[in-house]
Ligand binder design. Sequence first.
Ligand code: NAD
Ligand code: MG
Length: 338
Amino acid sequence: MKVFYDADADSQLIKDKRVAIIGYGSQGHAHANNLKESGADVIVGLPKDSRSIQKAKDAGLEVLYSRDAAEVADVIMVLVPDELAPGVYRDEIAPALKANKYLAFAHGFGVHFKKIVPPTDVNVFLVAPKGPGHLVRSEYERGRGVPCLLAVHQDVTGDTRGIGMSYASAIGGGKAGIIETNFKEETETDLFGEQAVLCGGLTSLIQAGFETLTEAGYAPEMAYFECLHEMKLIVDLLYEGGIGNMRYSVSNTAEFGDLTRGGRIVNDETKAEMKKILGEIQSGQFADEWMSECESGKPNFRRLETEGEAHSIETVGKSLRAMMPWLGEKTLVNKQVN
Ligand code: NAD
Ligand code: MG
């Protein structure tokens, strides 16, 4: 796989365009501020009643209503939640699209699953940072960057890849590495990762471990430390140097337990279910289910979220975290400003 850096990008390309960032959430605030500090001409597009208007103005950014921002821009980056993107695209962006403009995304969801079908005379690309927006911003402020994926879906003017590379470099991606992919691969691997491993797999693993210990009569505080709190220590070791690094650092007893028991927890049956989940993603079944869930007002989403909040691991977690004040210091997220 080829990786590109700042030297491979023409930093002038994006500076010669007007860029509209539609949305000022996790990704939006990072892209807008990084692009501006890299010398690009940036406008933030937001709905009339948005609370983010003040945050963006406080950061010294020019703010317009989404439709007006899309109208005056050459490059329109859509950074609204994926479930809202088709509606925002239809109402605010599509009417402002002219031939040869550039429509951009940070996730291929809408375009790949055809919830958004751009006209054929418009360029379409994606720049997807492999990290949350708050890290994209904080790394840029430290003179570094977060790796970015780059993909081109439609290239009418012949320079879409160059514009995308220049954009990725301007938000800091060229310091860490820009990896070229396509909309299908970015979208399907992203959904699979968050469902099977990162969010879905991990939260279910933690809860099942916590329940097993508490149901056996162990203190919920002990179960919380073992199954949730210490997860970070292990993940830090994995993040730093992979599985071998983690196994090198933990005790021999822990490593023997890992090697002999792990495969009994995540076994052939688990993997068969992972394959089923991947199939639902590839066929578009998951995308359709999520879109119709949103159309009906998210009843299952809210019910499951409420059930999760009521789990006893949340109550014990709250009181234990209060004993560790350092956990609240130096957070990347400050809801008042980003
Ligand atoms: P978010 O929920 O943090 O922010 C969404 C923003 O959209 C908010 O500022 C909201 O006010 C705004 N918005 C809502 N309706 C709007 C409208 N009609 N016009 C303009 N703005 C509107 O979203 P996010 O997590 O930054 O996700 C944005 C995109 O980035 C998604 O495609 C997501 O998949 C992708 N992405 C996110 C992450 C991440 O870590 N958060 C990482 C990579 C890619
Ligand atoms: Mg992801």
